[in-house]
Design a binder for this molecule. Structure first.
Ligand code: FRU
Length: 494
């Protein structure tokens, strides 16, 4: 049975008058069908398709009572919209269906696991409760579980928050033949933790353990956790609120971290070894991964930060984008990220420049536009150089800059001149491992963003950009002589 609220959303988003033309959207980054999008939800495989649900408010380009939008793909690049999956239509989720995940059940259904947020008035005060709820479906229509919520605050350790208890990430574990789920909560010290729950049936859950805790060291609430094995390590991905800047690794506000360690499956003990940021750009949050059928661990994320979520040019018809999904690996204790290989089949118009002797500023014939994929290699030509810089989404007035300063072992991303109507902090500096002045870049530009992969994806920098459509130039410069190799392709999806 489809509720009136869900029907309303489905009718609204399918209305021809509301349709947003492809020419007004990014080319290869998923945006909401209409209205507002935040976190990726239910990024998973089901019946041969890649499913991507998302936090969704169809009626405005602002956050509102959360629904789940829905899209499917065969290759992580080209997406087709399906009707909204769930709406906040029950007493236990009347304030919103917050973030969550999806898994295929033993009996072939698609199970959505989400946070139901409930508000009610008690003695003149508004009380908020967050619980974990289920919905079952066929990849298109979903029915909420009759016994929702499946997990409420009574499952939590004494003194932990029933208000900040959210964002379940579920998976099926073949070895243990059961379902697991990690959920974020705010603990008795006021900061976050990642909790593990287990279920034989998928509907009856029990609390297992606390995998790791923030202890007020890395922000406060830890939102949107994920937990998985990667190349012999175990990692927690989570998005802390209220981070405080530390060295060049962490910035203020909503951050993204990877907690890497080891995991004893028998006792469910996670032992932390190291924590660092996953992406060093300005817009990257709420990561979620899936395991592809060929074994790749693939991550998506909201290509946005809450801090700049109001900085949108007037008249834009949609709000919120996902990153192009990335393949993840760990080598020598570091996370490596690269764009899904499927993007390569959308490349066309290949141009190749070898050993361009760069000293000062230049453009290269044919190397321009807002939607492209570039592989760049820089080597010092004889002596050390001061800096190497690329400016893109550029014209006389606008430019977005990526700058590398080898002597400082540091990179800078600067979108001061990228068309934002308000953006208090348009710059980010971060460390890049020194490699004798050599630098390798993969740069993916889309109409409203740049994703930069540095030194084979050892460091990444992701940000939205709102320079006008005709800011199409790409400029290269260096102070001191460098040799540049460049491979360039346009990306065409539809
Ligand atoms: C993260 C988040 C989640 C929550 C959702 C609400 O961006 O705050 O913790 O479930 O957004 O839309």
């Amino acid at each position: 049975m489809i509720s009136d609220l869900l029907k309303k959303a489905r009718v609204y988003e399918a209305d021809k008058e509301k349709t947003i033309d492809d020419s007004e959207r990014p080319v290869f980054h998923l945006t909401p069908r209409v209205g507002w999008m935040n976190d990726p939800n239910g990024f998973s495989l089901y019946e041969g398709k890649i499913h991507q649900f998302y936090q969704y408010y169809p009626y405005k380009t602002e956050w509102g009572p959360m629904h789940w939008g829905h899209a499917v793909s065969d290759d992580y690049v080209k997406w087709d919209y399906l009707p909204a999956a769930i709406a906040p239509d029950e007493s236990y989720d009347n304030f919103g269906c917050f973030s969550g995940s999806a898994v295929e059940t033993r009996d072939g259904k698609q199970m959505l696991v989400y946070t139901g947020v409930k508000t009610e008035e008690k003695d003149g005060e508004e009380i908020i409760r967050q619980t974990q709820c289920l919905a079952f479906g066929d990849g298109y229509d979903y029915e909420k579980f009759a016994e929702n919520p499946a997990i409420d605050a009574s499952f939590l350790p004494e003194g932990w928050s029933p208000v900040d208890f959210r964002d379940p990430k579920v998976w099926f574990d073949e070895k243990d033949d059961c379902y697991y789920m990690v959920v974020g909560d705010r603990t008795d010290d006021g900061s976050g933790a990642t909790l593990l729950f287990q279920s034989e049936s998928g509907t009856e859950w029990k609390f297992v353990t606390v995998l790791d805790r923030c202890r007020n060291e890395y922000g406060k609430m830890w939102e949107c956790p994920d937990f998985f094995e990667l190349d012999g390590k175990h990692v927690i991905f989570t998005s802390p609120q209220f981070m405080q800047a530390r060295t060049l690794e962490f910035h203020n506000g909503n951050g993204n971290i990877m907690v890497m360690g080891s995991y004893d499956r028998e006792t469910h003990t996670f032992t932390r070894e190291v924590i660092y940021a996953i992406d060093h750009g300005l817009d990257f949050y709420a990561m979620q991964t899936l395991k592809a059928s060929d074994g790749r661990r693939i991550m998506t994320a909201w290509m946005q930060s809450w801090e700049s979520s109001k900085a949108v040019p007037e008249g834009q018809k949609w709000f919120g984008q996902m990153i192009l999904p990335r393949e993840l690996n760990i080598r020598d204790g570091r996370l490596y990220q690269k764009p899904v290989k499927e993007i390569e089949s959308y490349r066309e118009g290949h141009l190749s420049y070898r050993e361009v002797d760069l000293n000062g500023s230049t453009t290269l014939p044919g190397v321009n536009g807002k939607v492209c994929d570039m592989e760049i290699e820089i080597t010092p030509n004889g002596r050390e150089y001061g800096e190497f810089r690329i400016e893109f989404h550029a014209d006389d007035r606008f430019h977005t800059d990526f700058i590398y300063k080898p002597s400082e072992g540091k990179a800078i991303f600067d979108r001061t001149y990228s068309g934002f109507p308000n953006d208090i902090n348009p710059k980010r500096e971060f460390m890049v491992r020194y490699n004798e002045g050599k630098l390798k870049l993969r740069v993916l530009l889309d109409r409203f963003s740049a994703e930069i992969f540095i030194n084979d994806g050892e460091t990444t920098c992701t940000s939205t950009i709102y320079a006008p459509v005709d800011a199409q130039e790409i400029r290269f410069s260096s102070s001191g002589s460098v040799l540049m190799n460049l491979e360039y392709w346009k990306i065409k999806v539809r």
